[in-house]
Structures are given as structure tokens and as C-alpha cells.
Write a protein that binds this ligand. Structure first.
Ligand code: FAD
Length: 464
């Protein structure tokens, strides 16, 4: 019998239940990836670049095990029907996904496959716990992270599955289904795309950096976080693999247990966001706290442009936005600061920021991108409170005290002394002259006044 495994956010061989089940049930398996048009949110430009390389890597790995990888573009039901017709498959396997549009597509397909007598089986693979498998004492979805995390820790997270076996075939070339953006090649040196790259990133992190994670994770110049997020986004590694590898380390080295706990709690924010994604209205467009729909956002295209291009006049914000543009990622602390400046000080709709991130971030994810934006904007359920408005100067001085991060990404102010590198606008004229900084020429004057814009944001939130 022939079977199709429809791959989506699970571009890996190990711990892939749909793939394993297909191989066990059929003697001829075809892996299918569909570049979907239609209601499902298509990946942004940076993510498309990653996806292309990830598919090429996966195609080779699947061929080693006798499984061809076929790609198609278009409407998912039509592409799947075509693949069934050309392979004669009598069964289709996939791992589940959780966005409202994705669930609607998958449910529709499940119905017609069943009607047509094609066996269809789906699996849990891409979260630690599926959104409906965990609930509060009252049987409700969680809206606060800490109790969610406490409950999650009590659960048995399934142990990862092995890779399927099979005999080698010639790999098929992966067509460049998406046009590769011209700038994408500059991202390459920062990453190793694919399943083995993901496994290496995890091993390096656990061996070398985890011990510093708890104290160091908030400092953008330090490179102590795992950098696993794009790998998790495309499922080159599963959260269950990450969970069990970290737990095993804590067992072997009890001194690391606290660091492991902190790391896994951060990993669980990903699941928490999937929990919200499943249980709430479309979180990429609808504020989770309904009253936030009433905020009067400013229409300020010039300010938005300055924010996008890293020209706000606040060095840590500009550093983050330029890091994003250059590398396809941004440190978590800095993501919070840039998002706060946009949604609070600039009072620009967080959805515009979410869109920019969606297009530029390699890890842009249907749950974690809108979930975190709503957290910063204040409209999330367990959000940063409305009165918490990050001050980019204070935050810069606290988390980038030596200015290393800012100097790396905003070189035009690199010669300013530490004392002024987070606030060139306040530096004495003589200091600016010595550092060759001409405000308004070599580096922008701030596009917004922190004090008055803070008051404006507080007033907007209080008015709700
Ligand atoms: P580590 O600190 O090593 O964490 C390990 C893993 O845990 C991450 O790879 C990620 O999968 C998960 N994780 C950690 N923090 C969070 C978090 N706050 N929310 C969800 N998962 C988390 N993360 C994304 O994966 N995709 C996004 O689209 C995304 N958009 C964001 C937008 C904003 C405005 C903010 C403030 C944060 C966003 N994050 C997003 C969360 C976080 O910034 C990244 O997950 C993290 O920086 C990735 O780096 P790392 O893998 O080295 O993280």
C-alpha cells in the first residue's frame, strides 16, 4: 500500500509520529510539503528563505531512508488530491497544527478523505502538551502563565520517537518555490539550517551555555540563549526532544537543575502561546482583552518607518531593529523594548509591528509572535500591565551597561563613552563632537519624547 505523510511544521525525521506511522503502515511512502495559498498564514520573507533550505536538507535526509519529498504550491486540498492521485495513496498522515485557519483547512480535508475512503490519521508532535489536554481546576483554558507552567511540569511529556528506517533512494531536487529575497544570503552565516543543525544547536547550548542562562539570558550582548527558535518554528527539532535532553542533563548534573528549570519554563511560553492560539479568537488580529479593541492608535507612517529601519534615535531600539534586519532574529529583551516603544510610546497599532516581525523574523510563529506582541501591548491575558512602559535608556543602561550591543549594531555612535551611548541626545556638545556624532545628521534625534509619550500611552489605556 502507498501512503502520504503531509509535512507542515515538522521538518524532521526524529520524533515525527506521522512519518513513523506512515512508514510502519505502508511499503511506499511519499512525503509532501505544500506551499499553501488560502486562509493559512503564509510565511514571511525571512522564514521563506529558511524554509527553502530546510526542505532541501530534509529532502536529502528522507531520500537516505527511501522516502521522496515532493513539494507543491497552491490550495492544500487540491495539492493533496493531486498527490493522492499520482501516488495511489490509500492513507494520509500528518501532525496536528493549532491556528484557527489551519484547523479549518485540516478538518475540511479530513472530512473529504474519509468520505472518499482514504484513511487519515493525525498526531500530536509539535507542542509539549496539546491545548485541549490541559485545563484549570475549573476545566477552563489557562489565561495566566505560572499556573499553566506548574501544571505542565506535573505532566509526563512523551519521550521522543526514533527516526524511521529505509533504503536509500536518489534525492529529488527541491524547486525554489518561493522567490528568494536578494538580501537573504546575508543571513546565512548566522545559522545552520536543518535537523542536524538543530540538534547541534541544542547540544552546544546544553554543554556550553545553559549554566549561564538564568543570569545571562537578559543581556543582549551575551550569547547565552539557545537560538533554537527558528529550528522549533519549522519543527527541525521538537519541543519534546528539547525537554527530555534538558531533563536528562539535570539528572546527570543536579547543579544545573535550576538552570534547566528556567530554560524549560521559557520553552513552555511557546506552549502557552499555542494554548491561547487554540482557545481564543484569532490572536494575530483580535486583542485577547476585548477592551483593548477601543485603543485609538496613531496613524504615523513616518514614525513606523523610522522604527522599522532602526532610526528612532534610541540606540538600543535601533540596535535591535538593525539586528533583526541583518540576522533574522533579535534578542528577547530587545524585542520587548522595541515593541514597547512602538505600541506604547509611539502609540502605533501593535499589529503593524507584528507584521514587520512576521516578515523579518526567521522564527516568526503563528502563536508566539502575536502572543508576545499582545503581551507587550498589554492586551494579552497575562500581559505586561498597561502602566509598564519600558524606558529604553534605563533598560539599555541596565542590560547593556558597557554598550557592546549598541556599538555592534549602531556603529555611528560607537565612539561615545558608556555614559552617553544609550542617550546621545542628552550628551554634552563637546562629548558628541569628540565622538563625531552630529545629531540629526549622523544619528537621529529621538522621534518621540519619552516622558510625554509615556503619559499619552497611560492616558490611552486608562480611557478604556
Ligand atoms: P531561548 O531563551 O533559548 O528559549 C528557548 C526557546 O523557548 C525558544 O527557542 C522559544 O521556542 C521558546 N521561548 C522563549 N521565550 C519565549 C517567549 N517569550 N514566547 C514564546 N516562546 C519562547 N518567539 C518565537 O519563537 N517566535 C516569534 O515569532 C516570536 N516573536 C516575539 C515577538 C515579541 C514582540 C517578543 C517580545 C518575543 C517574541 N518571541 C518569539 C519570543 C522570544 O523572543 C524568542 O523565542 C527568543 O528570543 C528566541 O531565542 P532563543 O531560541 O535563543 O531563546
Amino acid at each position: 500500500a502507498a501512503a502520504i505523510v503531509w509535512l507542515r511544521n515538522d521538518l524532521r525525521l526524529a520524533d515525527n509520529p506521522a512519518l513513523l506511522a506512515a512508514v510502519k503502515s505502508a511499503d511506499s511512502v511519499t512525503a509532501l510539503y505544500i506551499h499553501e495559498t488560502g486562509p493559512v498564514r503564509a510565511p514571511g520573507a525571512a522564514a521563506r528563505w529558511w524554509l527553502h533550505h530546510s526542505l532541501a536538507d530534509l529532502g536529502n535526509a528522507l531520500a537516505e531512508r527511501g522516502i521522496p519529498l515532493v513539494t507543491a504550491s497552491g490550495d492544500a486540498p487540491q495539492c493533496l488530491a493531486d498527490a493522492i492521485a499520482s501516488t495511489g495513496a490509500s492513507a494520509v498522515f500528518w501532525n496536528r497544527r493549532y491556528a484557527p485557519q489551519e484547523r479549518a483547512v485540516d478538518a475540511g480535508i479530513k472530512d473529504w478523505l474519509k468520505r472518499d475512503g482514504v484513511q487519515v490519521v493525525s498526531f500530536a508532535a509539535n507542542v509539549l502538551i496539546e491545548p485541549w489536554d490541559i485545563a484549570t481546576g475549573q476545566g477552563k483554558p489557562y489565561s495566566v502563565f505560572t499556573p499553566f507552567w506548574r501544571a505542565l511540569k506535573q505532566r509526563d511529556i512523551p519521550t521522543p520517537l526514533p527516526r524511521p528506517e529505509g533504503d536509500r533512494i536518489a534525492p529529488t531536487a527541491i524547486a525554489a518555490d518561493y522567490q528568494q529575497p536578494a538580501w537573504a544570503s546575508k543571513l546565512a552565516p548566522y545559522w545552520r539550517i536543518g535537523e542536524s543543525g538543530a540538534r547541534e544547536a541544542l547540544a552546544d547550548f546544553l554543554d556550553e551555555r545553559l549554566e549561564d542562562y538564568k543570569l545571562g539570558r537578559d543581556f543582549p550582548a551575551a550569547t547565552v540563549t539557545s537560538r533554537l527558535s527558528p529550528h522549533l518554528r519549522f519543527g527541525e527539532i521538537s519541543p519534546r526532544q528539547v525537554w527530555h535532553a534538558a531533563m536528562a542533563l539535570a539528572q546527570r548534573e543536579p547543579g544545573l537543575a535550576e538552570a534547566v528549570d528556567k530554560f524549560l519554563s521559557e520553552l513552555s511560553w511557546r506552549d502557552f502561546n499555542y494554548h491561547q492560539l487554540y482557545h481564543r479568537d484569532d490572536i494575530s488580529t483580535v486583542p485577547m482583552q476585548a477592551k483593548y479593541a477601543g485603543i485609538k492608535w496613531r496613524h504615523a507612517p513616518d514614525d513606523l518607518k523610522a522604527w522599522q529601519t532602526g532610526q528612532t534615535g534610541f540606540p538600543i531600539v535601533d540596535a535591535g531593529m538593525r539586528e533583526l534586519w541583518e540576522t533574522g532574529t533579535m534578542h528577547n529583551r530587545v524585542r520587548m523594548l522595541v515593541a514597547s516603544l512602538l505600541a506604547k510610546n509611539l502609540l502605533i497599532d501593535w499589529r503593524l509591528g507584528e507584521h514587520w516581525f512576521w516578515d523579518c523574523l526567521l522564527d516568526a510563529d503563528v502563536a508566539s509572535n502575536p502572543g508576545n506582541w499582545q503581551w507587550v501591548a498589554g492586551s494579552g491575558l497575562d500581559a505586561s500591565p498597561y502602566f509598564r512602559i519600558f524606558n529604553p535608556v534605563v533598560q539599555g543602561e541596565r542590560f547593556d551597561a558597557s554598550g557592546d550591543y549598541v556599538r555592534q549594531w549602531v556603529p555611528e555612535i560607537a565612539d561615545l563613552p558608556d555614559k552617553w551611548v544609550h542617550q546621545p541626545f542628552a550628551a554634552p556638545a563637546e562629548v558628541l563632537r569628540q565622538a563625531n556624532v552630529v545629531l540629526g545628521e549622523t544619528y537621529p534625534v529621538p522621534i518621540v519624547d519619552l516622558k510625554t509619550s509615556r503619559e499619552r500611552a497611560l492616558a490611552a489605556a486608562k480611557a478604556l
